[in-house]
Ligand binder design. Structure first.
Ligand code: TYM
Length: 332
């Protein structure tokens, strides 16, 4: 069976529509055909300032949302990144074979460091993609299901694995990104030119998985559209309407073409009402299940400990291969 690795940052109380559509939906389907490992990447979350209490809380919440959205912790390995020390250990080795300029070309760093300026952004934010490469390579992953914004990081991971193998002999597996065309990029409802993001500037533009029905409906009904009356999928000319059609397609199970036909002759009011209904129907059971899981944190922690122990076994073995290849003297 092919192996898969993916993860999300516990950087908010809730995941959002983009995380769900771009990643979680694929994760759920792929557990049946892959040896799957899903991680809550808390080490990545601290590359920008985090409140410690909030981080603890958000880590559990993120894990609960994975399970609520369909990740089965018996079938798949589900764990918290900081519980497996090999991630930081391999990241160090990979740091030493990454060129400074290569790391500097990562567009996510450029975007994320824009606020403080590169002079004040943390070095951890700069080396973040190298830690991500370590995550993936530790599990010999063949495939990494992610949204479009992670494509460059998976390319870097491939390059680093290839370079390591060339220098030190065949040790690491070169993974491929799996990015679904239709769901790869969900846009902000208020700024349909920008991707929906946990750090998006307008709270009304982000659809959270754990929003209640009233909030979801209100946000979707106030989504920015355009002044043309026609419901048509045209991301260039009609980014807002096209994003709503994408959201409808994902939550209703219709293709984009079927959704366009379904809304032929309808106005934007009708489109928004039906998108809101479809999103509420998809999210309500996930929200309910998340709350149920969070009501028993000890059980959640037990599942995460089980996952960490499985992950540790695989990760430690890979790290040992890397240490041997590099020539580190084995401790006795
Ligand atoms: P993160 O936490 O920003 O996002 C988690 C996943 O959600 C996808 N995503 C989106 N997909 C569609 N539309 C959007 N608007 C949208 N926003 C986010 C992301 O592509 C991602 O798949 N660096 C990663 C976390 C990470 C990781 C890994 C991923 C750490 N190590 C190893 C894969 C493998 C990140 O910040 O994702």
């Amino acid at each position: 069976t092919p192996r898969l690795f993916s993860g999300m940052q516990p950087s908010a109380d809730s995941l959002h529509f983009g995380n769900w559509a771009g990643a979680l939906l694929q994760w759920k389907d792929m557990q049946d055909t892959h040896d799957a490992t899903y991680c809550v990447v808390d080490l990545h979350a601290i590359t920008v300032p985090q409140d410690p209490k909030a981080l603890t809380h958000q880590t559990r919440r993120t894990a609960a949302q994975y399970i609520a959205a369909g990740i089965d912790p018996e079938k798949s390995t589900l764990f918290v990144q900081s519980h497996v020390p090999a991630h930081t250990q391999l990241a160090w080795v990979l740091n030493t074979i990454t060129a400074f300029g290569e790391a500097g070309r990562m567009t996510q760093f450029k975007d994320k460091s824009q606020k403080e300026g590169t002079d004040h952004a943390s070095v951890g934010l700069f080396t973040y993609p190298i830690l991500q490469a370590a995550d993936i390579l530790l599990y010999d992953a063949d495939v990494v299901p992610v949204g479009e914004d992670q494509r460059q990081h998976i390319e870097l991971t491939r390059d680093l694995a290839g370079r390591f193998n060339q220098r030190f002999g065949d040790t690491l597996v070169q993974p491929e990104a799996k990015i679904l065309k239709e769901t790869a990029k969900i846009y902000d409802l208020q700024h349909p030119g920008s991707k929906m993001s946990k750090s998006g500037e307008s709270p009304q533009g982000i659809v959270w998985l754990l929003d209640d029905e009233k909030t979801l409906t209100k946000k979707i009904k106030s989504a920015v559209t355009d002044s043309e009356p026609e419901v048509r999928f045209d991301p260039e000319a009609k980014p807002g309407v096209s994003n709503l059609l994408t959201m409808f397609s994902i939550t209703s199970g219709m293709t984009i073409a079927q959704a366009e036909a379904h809304f032929a002759g309808s106005g934007y009011g009708d489109l928004k009402t039906q998108v809101a209904e479809a999103v509420v129907a998809a999210f309500a059971p996930i929200k309910a299940r998340t709350e149920e899981l969070l009501s028993d944190p000890a059980e959640l922690d037990r599942l995460l400990a089980l996952g960490a122990s499985r992950a540790n076994e695989v990760a430690t073995a890979t790290l040992q291969r890397v240490y041997d290849a590099v020539g580190f003297l084995a401790p006795t």
